[in-house]
Structures are given as structure tokens and as C-alpha cells.
Design a protein around this ligand. Structure first.
Ligand code: PLP
Length: 401
């Protein structure tokens, strides 16, 4: 008998499990709209040309070695990442009161930030939106924080429940941490307007609530890197403190390279340097130091004016294709006269559409049409193409009629 005989089988991850089911389906019609990864019109994964070029340069540079990075990662990468998210002219950067550490993509940045807060911040409660990316509650609970939710999405309007959000943050205890999606909220695709962001900022600052931004889609939502960082820069501009987790998975297509950054904007350079010393103590026993390849690709691109420019063009092309898929799906449902209001498909932004389809309708579409998505009715627009839109529209039409 195994000493592990008592181990019970764990459940499949609700998001990654969709791909497991998809892979088992032998139908030629099958369509995977579950996982949040970009696909071309041909349905293929995409490596950006500028990324290929950066990798070539790295390979050809024989002076490069495979030594360990420092605990906090690649120095250039950290500096450039802070500039990218906070803005090149950010006073917080000029004042040296931002500490940035390279982490294992967005997830790792959230985890390190969460663990730092659990050890050193006076409030251990983090408020996350309802709903949110399914990994958030797990990451923060394991980091040692206590997780509560605030109202975010209104299923009736398929838009923001702004009143509920203000009420819930208004009644949160002073000092509580609040997780905010910087843009392209996952899974709903619903973001506050700039005016609403300003109201959220005022409320949070008046109650000393600590903003923890999750930025997984900078540039991927609107096609513009600065526009997609607006919410974060609003909070940094008032001189207050905040935390930002950045991912390069989607916007540089570096998913499997696991490259991201955690920035903590502090009140002074002195505090920032002490915070960094404690971040190192979180990271060292967790994974010692981060991997070198992905961060070198990012630094190579961000450092070079031409490569940066090339990146923004490729990034905008990805964002535009997704926006175009929204329009095509909306038009296809209109043509079919599918009952209901589907305007949220073109109103929501980012990688996902929160369709409003319920779990029975999703199960129906999987069984009858071989279309795979999470059971909450979230579809990845990035997994769709002109060729597959009619099939999806037929399936949605059949599911709701
Ligand atoms: N945060 C949100 C809201 C996400 O949607 C994702 C990825 O889907 C992540 C963080 C983290 O992704 P990664 O760890 O691949 O950077």
C-alpha cells in the first residue's frame, strides 16, 4: 500500500479544466473559448515578431551567461516595468519611492505582494470584487490574508453595480486592502468609467483603504498602454501609497515565460528601500530568485525605442482583432434575431465577454456544439475567429431559444 493511499483526487481547476475537457473531444467542430490566451484568426498561438527578434539578439549575444539573478530579479526590467505602468514622468519614480521586484508573472506578483502585506501591514483583510478571477481568493488566502468581497457586477444590467461597490467599500473597515483590476476586469469585461474611478479613489483615500492593483491586461484592453494604466496613475498622482502586480503574459504573449513585476509605491524613498528589504525576505525562501529569460526579453524590448514602437503596433493589432470579434459576434446574433439584448458583447472590454449564459446553457453548448467555456458563461474573445463566429452564434441562439 502506498503511504499516499489516503490522498483523495482534487478537483480540476475551473479554468484550466476547460482545456482538459476540450482536448478529450474528437469533434472537428470543437472550439475552446475557456482559457485566456490570444489566438490568431487561424486559431493559432502567437509569438510576437518583436519577441522573436529580442530572443534572437539574446541568443547571439555570447557575453550572456546563465548566472542567478538577484533575489529581486533583473534591475533593468524592474526599472522599465515601473515606468511602463506608472508613466515615464511619474513623480513617484523620480522621488525614488517605488520599489519594484521581478516576480513569476501576475500570479506570483500577487502572491508575493499578499504575503508581504500579511507580514507587515496592520490590516489583514483584502476585499476582492464579486465576481473576480477565480485564483484571487486562493492566492490571497494562502498568502495569509483574510478575503472578503465587494459588489461589482450587476447581472441585470450586465454592467457595473456602482452603488453596491461604493456601499461595500464605504462600510469596509478603515485601512482594509482593496483588490482592483486595473483594466479589462476578468471575468466580466466591465470597468468603471474615469469619473467612477475618481469617485472610487476619493472614497478609498478618505477611508485609508489600501489599493492593490492587478494589471494583467495593460494595452490589451484598449490597444493603448497609457489608457489602460489610467486607473493606477490616478491613485499614484494623489501622492498616496499603492501596490501594483503586473503581468506580461497577455500583452507580450509571454504566458509560459512567467514574467511579471510587483511595484509598491511608498511615501518616501526610505520606506521604499525598507519595504524592498522585506520583499526579499518573502521571495528568498519561496523560490530564491526569478528566471532570467522572460525578463531579458521584456527589458530588451522596453529599452529600445524601435522595438518598443514595434511592440505597441503588434499589441494594438491583438486588441483590435478582439474588438472586431465582439462586433462580429454581436452582428451574427442580431442577424439571427436571437432573443435578448446582446449589446453588452460590444460594451464590455478586454479579453472576455461575460455572456450572461447560465451553466445549463453552457453545458448545452458544450454537449451539442462542442464549444468549451467556463460554466459562468465567460467566453474568451481572443479564442474566436471570423470562421468560428457563426458556429458560436448558432450555439448561443439554440441555447436561449
Ligand atoms: N490577474 C488576472 C485578472 C488574470 O486574468 C490573470 C490571468 O489570467 C492573472 C492575474 C495572472 O496571469 P499570469 O500569472 O499568467 O500573469
Amino acid at each position: 500500500n502506498s503511504v499516499f493511499e489516503h490522498v483523495v483526487r482534487g478537483p480540476e481547476d475551473p479554468i484550466l479544466g476547460v482545456t482538459v475537457a476540450y482536448n478529450k473531444d474528437s469533434s472537428p467542430l470543437k472550439l475552446n473559448l475557456g482559457v485566456g490566451a490570444y489566438r490568431t484568426e487561424e486559431g493559432k498561438p502567437l509569438v510576437l515578431n518583436v519577441v522573436r527578434r529580442a530572443e534572437q539578439m539574446l541568443v547571439n549575444d555570447s557575453s550572456r551567461v546563465k548566472e542567478y539573478l538577484p533575489i529581486v530579479g533583473l534591475a533593468d526590467f524592474n526599472k522599465l516595468s515601473a515606468k511602463l505602468i506608472l508613466g515615464a514622468d511619474s513623480p513617484a519614480i523620480q522621488d525614488n519611492r517605488v520599489t519594484t521586484v521581478q516576480c513569476l508573472s501576475g500570479t506570483g506578483s500577487l502572491r508575493v505582494g499578499g504575503e508581504f502585506l500579511a507580514r507587515h501591514y496592520h490590516q489583514r483583510t483584502i476585499y476582492i470584487p464579486l465576481p473576480t478571477w477565480g485564483n484571487h481568493p486562493k492566492v490571497f488566502t494562502l498568502a495569509g490574508l483574510s478575503v472578503k468581497t465587494y459588489r461589482y457586477y450587476d447581472p441585470v444590467t450586465r454592467g457595473l453595480n456602482f452603488q453596491g461597490l461604493l456601499e461595500d467599500l464605504g462600510s469596509a473597515p478603515s485601512g482594509a486592502i482593496v483588490l482592483l483590476h486595473a483594466c479589462a476586469h476578468n471575468p466580466t469585461g466591465v470597468d468603471p468609467t474615469p469619473q467612477q474611478w475618481e469617485q472610487i479613489r476619493q472614497l478609498m483615500r478618505s477611508k485609508a483603504l489600501l489599493p492593490f492593483f492587478d494589471s494583467a491586461y495593460q494595452g490589451f484592453a484598449s490597444g493603448n498602454l497609457d489608457a489602460d494604466a489610467h486607473s493606477i496613475r490616478l491613485f499614484v498622482a494623489d501622492g498616496g501609497e499603492c501596490i501594483v502586480a503586473q503581468s506580461y503574459a497577455k500583452n507580450m504573449g509571454l504566458y509560459g515565460e512567467r514574467v511579471g513585476a510587483l511595484s509598491i509605491v511608498c511615501k518616501s524613498a526610505d520606506v521604499a528601500s525598507r519595504v524592498e528589504s522585506q520583499l526579499k525576505l518573502v521571495i528568498r525562501p519561496m523560490y530564491s530568485n526569478p528566471p532570467i529569460h522572460g525578463a531579458s526579453i521584456v527589458a530588451t524590448i522596453l529599452k529600445d525605442k524601435n522595438m518598443f514602437q514595434e511592440w505597441t503596433i503588434e499589441l494594438k493589432a491583438m486588441a483590435d482583432r478582439i474588438i472586431n470579434m465582439r462586433q462580429q459576434l454581436f452582428d451574427a446574433l442580431s442577424t439571427r434575431g436571437t432573443p435578448g439584448d446582446w449589446s453588452h458583447i460590444i460594451k464590455q472590454i478586454g479579453m472576455f465577454t461575460f455572456t450572461g449564459l447560465n451553466s445549463e446553457q453552457v453545458a448545452f453548448m458544450t454537449k451539442e456544439y462542442h464549444i468549451y467555456m467556463t460554466s459562468d458563461g465567460r467566453i474568451s474573445m481572443a479564442g474566436l475567429s471570423s470562421r468560428t463566429v457563426p458556429h458560436l452564434a448558432d450555439a448561443i441562439h439554440a441555447a436561449v431559444t
